[in-house]
Design a protein around this ligand. Structure first.
Ligand SMILES: NC(=O)C1=CN([C@@H]2O[C@H](COP(=O)(O)OP(=O)(O)OC[C@H]3O[C@@H](n4cnc5c(N)ncnc54)[C@H](OP(=O)(O)O)[C@@H]3O)[C@@H](O)[C@H]2O)C=CC1
Ligand SMILES: O=C(O)C1=N[C@H](C(=O)O)C[C@H](O)C1
Length: 269
């Protein structure tokens, strides 16, 4: 499967170039960066630390998409929305790892899937986090609507620009689904000052940023006299890249539509 890596000079882009080279059935068709990027013209393999691979980083999207089967995209919301539109035009697979999307971005991505793109989008492409989400949903369902308070804690590196993380929101969604409620109605995304006591049934988020932390998430279910913690720690960005490439290969012969990593990994609804 011929893949285009968008944001090829970024932290995830470089990891993807390496993982694609290691994955049977996948090849790097083109590597893209934004116009004006200092990375333009550089060799994608050299930048990824795997030695020269002959794929120069470019900014010509149409040229890159010619002959491609799919796009792997860990960039920024506006970029992913535009790329989803192009994927629909060309009936391509589009794997979206980008986080920080607003409701309008998600609606545009869904429209692209309705219009012909085969899109896999997830706030976290790793097997571990998606399994964790299944466990969180089960725990929330078993514990009932409000006897246990649910808090999602996350920590990431100092460069991360969005909060709460896509994974924290994915885990919050899983908890809400387990309780049979909508996360938008129950989420408390920040607290500051005299907040008053905790409202029963809410799902809280707490964000830490610092250093080089790849990604750590805990879902805390706190009851009277006892507490359950379900956690995941990412030690290497390769877990996300491997998941994304697996998603692209899985999506290759699927009908157009919007899929999640739960679909890819067969973890059920
Ligand atoms: N779903 C998942 O499993 C994971 C998701 N992520 C998410 O992926 C995204 C990227 O993360 P990360 O790699 O750390 O970030 P980086 O900032 O390191 O990488 C993003 C790259 O995209 C480039 N870019 C910006 N605009 C364009 C454009 N128009 N065309 C092509 N490339 C462009 C950036 O260039 P420049 O810097 O010059 O602007 C940069 O090189 C974030 O939203 C993050 O949260 C990260 C890890 C796992
Ligand atoms: O920006 C990151 O680095 C990560 N972003 C994703 C998120 O927002 O959850 C996934 C992972 O935790 C790393």
């Amino acid at each position: 499967m011929k893949l285009v890596v968008l944001g090829a000079a970024g932290r995830m882009g470089r990891t993807l170039v390496k993982v694609i080279a290691e994955t049977e059935g996948a090849s790097l068709h083109a590597a893209l960066e934004r116009g004006g990027s200092p990375a333009l013209g550089g060799d994608a393999g050299l930048l990824a630390g795997i030695g020269e691979n002959g794929v120069a980083i470019g900014d010509d999207v149409d040229a890159a998409l010619d002959g491609a089967d799919g796009i792997v995209d860990f960039t920024a919301p506006a970029v992913s929305v535009e790329m989803a539109r192009r994927a629909a035009e060309r009936r391509l697979v589009h794997v979206v790892g980008t986080t920080g999307c607003e409701a309008a971005d998600d609606a545009a991505i869904r429209k692209a899937a309705d219009d012909g793109a085969t899109i896999v989008k997830s706030g976290n492409m790793s097997l571990g986090v998606n399994l964790l989400a299944v466990l969180v949903e089960k725990a929330a369902r078993a514990l009932g609507p409000d006897a246990f308070d649910i808090e999602v804690l996350e920590m990431h590196h100092r460069h991360k620009v969005d909060a709460p993380s896509g994974t924290a929101l994915l885990l919050g969604e899983a908890a809400a689904r387990g309780r049979g409620v909508a996360l938008d109605d129950r989420a408390v995304r920040v607290r500051d000052g005299i907040t008053g006591a905790r409202d029963a049934g809410t799902i809280g988020f707490a964000t830490l940023r610092g250093g080089s932390v790849v990604g750590e998430h805990s879902v805390i279910l706190a009851g009277e006299g006892e507490r359950i913690e379900l956690s995941h720690a990412a030690g290497d960005r390769a877990i996300f890249a491997r998941g994304a490439v697996k998603a692209a290969l899985w999506a290759k012969d699927r009908p157009a539509g919007l899929y999640t990593m739960r679909d890819v990994l067969g973890l059920g609804d």
